[in-house]
Design a protein around this ligand. Structure first.
Ligand code: GNR
Ligand code: NI
Length: 172
């Protein structure tokens, strides 16, 4: 197992639109290792989700675990939201935008279809934090970040704050 490097805003690679996963690719040992490495990277961060885009793999899949005990790993391959209803506002963070938190409005309840890591299709109806996380990760696959929901001025403040944080970390 290995920890992977997480791309950070405003890295232009985070703007790449990921392409569909060929189900045959899931049967390759290297792919299964990549999924394991993404879970390790997510748990170590620590985070509740990680999209392939964030580790510079521009394929449509993500790993998620929103459980308290960190014992409910979920893999979504080629996820599609087929129904959405209601609205919830959640204070979001992102491993690609470290140390920044902001309220984002998203659907409260969603239905998502996807393949699991072995290539089997499933459908999930969910709400609350898991629904927020799935929407956040699918945004990554589209090259979209939660800071894109903020005003351009706020987004510029985020960019400057991260640049300053990095300067301090690099100097230390
Ligand atoms: O770890 C994460 N926490 C989080 C909190 C609120 C809304 C979304 C998230 S996802 C984030 C991990 C991440 O950046 N996934 O892309
Ligand atoms: Ni994120």
């Amino acid at each position: 197992m290995a920890q992977l490097l997480i791309l950070e805003f405003p890295d232009p690679r985070l703007r790449t639109r990921a392409s569909a996963v060929n189900p045959a690719w899931l049967h390759e040992p290297a792919t299964q290792r990549l999924i394991d490495d993404m879970f390790e990277t997510m748990y170590e961060a620590p985070g509740i989700g990680l999209a392939a885009s964030q580790v510079d793999v521009h394929r449509r899949f993500m790993v998620i675990d929103v459980s308290e005990e960190k014992d409910q790993p979920l893999v979504f391959v080629n996820p599609v939201i087929t129904a959405r209803s209601g609205e919830q506002i959640y204070q979001e963070g992102c491993l690609s935008v470290p140390g920044i938190f902001a309220d984002v409005a998203r659907a409260e309840r969603i239905t998502v279809t996807a393949l699991d890591r072995s290539g089997s299709a499933f459908e999930l109806q969910t709400d609350g934090l898991l629904a927020v996380c799935i929407q956040h990760e699918i945004d990554h696959l589209e090259g979209k970040l939660f800071v894109d929901y903020l005003s351009p001025l706020k987004r510029e403040m985020v960019r400057k704050k991260l640049a300053k944080q990095r300067k301090q970390t690099d100097a230390a």
